[in-house]
Design a protein around this ligand. Structure first.
Ligand SMILES: *Cc1c(COP(=O)(O)O)cnc(C)c1O
Length: 387
């Protein structure tokens, strides 16, 4: 690939030069190094003469890719030995049905009951889907506070016979994040032990996970891991085996675990790219190092918003997301101009979700500090020239 006349190389260099800072909430930016490596390996993976996309999922080569991705993810998140890592399809919205189908019958199969802490758009969707499979108890909700603050754990009304308690640990749309998972395992008189299930789609791998406080973690890959198509479920072993008889086999955790995520054809290419991202993360110093970088990025942006009269973030400082930063311009009639000029400055996908309005900067692991700095510089200049 050193021939300067090589059209593939010229094309690769041109597209490299065209890359911008992408603040998309998801599918989101991937590390350029990862895309570069995938491009180089696209036509032939390491001397095999075939693309990863063209490999049998049962081949020795793909088995290697798969096992390495599993081992790297386990190492990065320090997943204990008694937890299984499953790669499924269906996304996090799929899991909204798949989790209750696998777990709601754990305590009382005749009358399944589940607990939900509702902190924004995604947890609303999750509890509504769970109503099809279980009696849902809303433990706490921040709707009356416009989702701006996660309800204090002391106010949660946990039930003592629910199969699990569900949290969305980073609300991608409203921009709140649990700064830690509360320790609720021992509270109340729950004789079978409380189980916490977390939708971590939009912050998994951005910070460590305390496995003593959460027993099931799931997420779609397209926010902070890789391409859409692979869904990660990390589940404590003893919670596998409670699936409802009507649960589709491909989503039955027991079968998926038994077949090592090969009961059906897994999303092979998405797993391969996720694996490259895991290697990239390890090269960055792993989760503790990326967490420090995420803290610095978020602090820079929130500090800038807080000192400004021109922009504002409305989330309570105790639960602001490090990953998704919604903000508003004081003069909303300037929104279109803001987005157009941002785009012209190489800063894209900043428009807020339609249910919230305004802007949103998603600054996942793959967003470098330079991207956040460039955004802040642009915002300063936009404010100056708008005056
Ligand atoms: C994006 C997102 C989802 C939905 O993911 P799909 O892959 O579209 O199913 C669910 N939960 C959270 C927290 C998300 O950010």
């Amino acid at each position: 690939m050193n021939d300067p006349q090589n059209p593939a190389l010229v094309g690769l260099q041109r597209s490299l030069a065209e890359r911008v800072f992408n603040f998309s909430p998801g599918p989101a930016a991937l590390p350029t190094e990862v895309l570069h490596q995938a491009a180089e390996e696209m036509l032939s993976w390491r001397g095999t003469g075939v693309s990863v996309m063209e490999m049998s999922h049962r081949s020795r080569e793909f088995e290697g890719i798969h096992n390495e991705a599993l081992a790297d993810l386990r190492e990065l998140l320090q997943v204990p030995k008694n937890f299984r890592i499953l790669f499924l399809q269906g996304g996090a919205i799929g899991e909204n049905g798949i989790v209750p189908l696998n777990l709601a019958s754990r305590i009382n199969a005749a009358k399944p009951k589940t607990d939900f802490v509702v902190t924004g758009t995604w947890s609303v969707k999750t509890e509504q889907e769970a109503r099809r499979y279980s009696e849902v108890n809303i433990v706490a909700s921040s709707q009356d506070q416009k989702w701006h603050k996660i309800p204090d754990v002391a106010s949660w009304k946990l039930s003592d016979d629910a199969a699990y308690v569900h949290l969305c640990t980073n609300e991608t749309i409203v921009g709140t994040e649990f700064q830690e998972i509360p320790d609720i395992g021992q509270t109340g008189t729950h004789d079978k032990g409380r189980i916490v299930v977390a939708d971590a789609s939009s912050h998994i791998l951005s910070r460590p996970i305390d496995w003593s406080r959460v027993q099931v973690v799931y997420g779609g890959a397209q926010k902070n891991i890789g391409p859409a198509g692979v869904t990660i479920v990390i589940v404590r072993e003893d919670l596998i085996g409670f699936a409802h008889p009507l649960c589709p086999s491909a989503f039955n955790w027991r079968l998926v675990a038994e077949y090592d995520s090969m009961y059906n054809t897994p999303p092979t290419y998405a797993i391969y790219i996720a694996g490259l991202v895991f290697k990239w993360l390890k090269a960055q110093g792993g989760v503790p190092a990326i967490e420090q970088r995420n803290i610095a990025k978020a602090r820079a942006l929130y500090d800038f918003l807080d000192q400004s009269d021109f922009y504002r973030n409305e989330i309570d400082p105790s639960c602001r997301s490090r990953m998704n930063v919604p903000f508003f311009l004081r003069d909303e009639s300037r929104n279109e101009a803001f987005l157009t000029q941002a785009r012209a400055n190489g800063l894209v996908q900043l428009k807020g979700h339609k249910s919230v309005g305004g802007m949103r900067a998603s600054i996942y692991n793959a967003m470098p500090l330079e991207g956040v700095t460039a955004l802040i510089e642009f915002m300063r200049e936009f404010e100056r020239t708008a005056a």
